[in-house]
Design a protein around this ligand. Structure first.
Ligand SMILES: *[C@@H]1O[C@H](CO)[C@@H](O)[C@H](O)[C@H]1NC(C)=O
Ligand SMILES: *[C@@H]1O[C@H](CO)[C@@H](O)[C@H](O)[C@H]1NC(C)=O
Length: 344
């Protein structure tokens, strides 16, 4: 049976103003010099390891004084883990992906990096189009069988960066999280598609933490864990017109895992659709002593079909059933201030 709830607005406490300044990609972008990965030896055959070619193309693009495009043309490009590091000479790099970037098929390890594709310390990068295929199935099967397996990798990580746009990018079957935004300012994800089976382990859609002014708009997320998870140190975040399902819903947390922890504040989640998810809106906190908090949170306008827990505030989050410290100590509590679920 379908549950249909319409959630509408309520009030909001304002303490400061942050203005998002992201300029949309212009057609002028097409006239920029291009660094095509094929020119640096990448092969669109889905089999040849093109990692080195991608890294060389990035180094050249990042070292350019003028605005450039790093181009991944049509075809399938096999790459292992890569870190695209800044700062770059010119702040504005356009990474245009027309084809599909694929990970190795079998179980492989990303070495010391927990990420497959990482943008680190960049400013002013736009990543547009294309498909990232993480080929996670072999790793999920290994984990399910209880064998010893590598941890797996985040498909796309953006860290210590600012003024980044990710537009119309598709992520398929990640090992672990599909996308992670960590220590960033002003990141806009729009028209993103994420897809993995509902029973794939730990394949969170988009995880945000220690970041300000992040927005996720007009995106569709189907996965095996949280569609969006919002961790400590997140502020001024907007989630708008996102569809979630299958998945575990849109979550704030988990919070209060550490004694000293940054809070989550000014998060708006609106115009969302949930289909067949375990949760709708959720806030999860460990119930341990902590100064962590969630403040000025607004969930509004949601449509939910077949959602087990449409709204769920869990102050004793304990996924592994091993939380002795939770029950013993009376002084627990993660503080929740001004959390609004708005119905109409
Ligand atoms: C970046 O390149 C553009 C031309 O493409 C140029 O006008 C601009 O001054 C450059 N910016 C920097 C910081 O060099
Ligand atoms: C809250 O976050 C939004 C972005 O979602 C931003 O536009 C707004 O200015 C922020 N409000 C405060 C008080 O910082």
């Amino acid at each position: 049976m379908a549950i249909h709830s319409n959630l509408i607005s309520l009030l909001f406490l304002a303490t400061a103003i942050t203005i998002l300044t992201i300029s949309p990609p212009t057609s002028a972008a097409t006239r920029r010099p291009q660094f095509n990965v094929v020119r640096f030896g990448a092969r669109p055959d889905g089999r040849t390891d093109s990692t080195r070619a991608f890294l060389t193309a990035w180094t050249r693009a990042c070292g350019s004084r003028v605005r450039v495009i790093m181009l991944v043309p049509k075809g399938r490009f096999l790459v292992r883990n890569m870190q695209f590091t800044g700062p770059c000479k010119n702040r504005s790099i356009f990474v245009r992906i027309l084809g599909t970037i694929v990970a190795p098929n079998n179980i492989w390890t990303t070495g010391n990096s927990p990420h497959w594709i990482e943008f680190h310390r960049v400013d002013g990068v736009t990543i547009s189009g294309g498909v990232l295929d993480g080929k996670g199935a072999a790793l999920w099967a290994c984990k399910k069988a209880g064998r010893s397996c590598p941890n797996g990798a985040t498909t796309l990580s953006i860290s210590n960066s600012q003024n980044v746009v990710v537009s119309r990018l598709t992520s398929l079957n990640s090992h672990m999280f599909h996308m992670v935004i960590n220590f960033c300012h002003n990141v806009k994800l729009q028209g993103v598609r994420i897809s993995a089976p509902g029973n794939s382990p730990n394949t969170d859609g988009i995880h945000v933490q220690f970041s300000t002014a992040v927005s996720i708009v007009s995106s569709k997320i189907a996965t095996g864990d949280d569609c969006v998870s919002i961790g400590p140190g997140t502020a001024n975040m907007l989630v708008d017109k996102v569809t979630c399902g299958p998945g575990h819903g849109i979550s704030i947390g988990s919070l209060g895992k550490d004694v000293n922890e940054q809070g989550v504040q000014n998060v708006t989640v609106r115009s969302t659709t949930f289909v067949g998810t375990t949760n709708g809106f959720r806030i999860k906190a460990w119930g341990k002593p902590s100064n962590g908090f969630a403040r000025n949170i607004l969930f509004q306008h949601a449509t939910m079909y077949n959602v087990q827990n449409p709204i769920f505030i869990d102050q004793r989050y304990c996924p592994d059933r091993n939380c002795a410290d939770q029950v013993k100590k009376k002084k627990k509590v993660t503080h929740f201030f001004c959390v609004f679920f708005c119905y109409a």
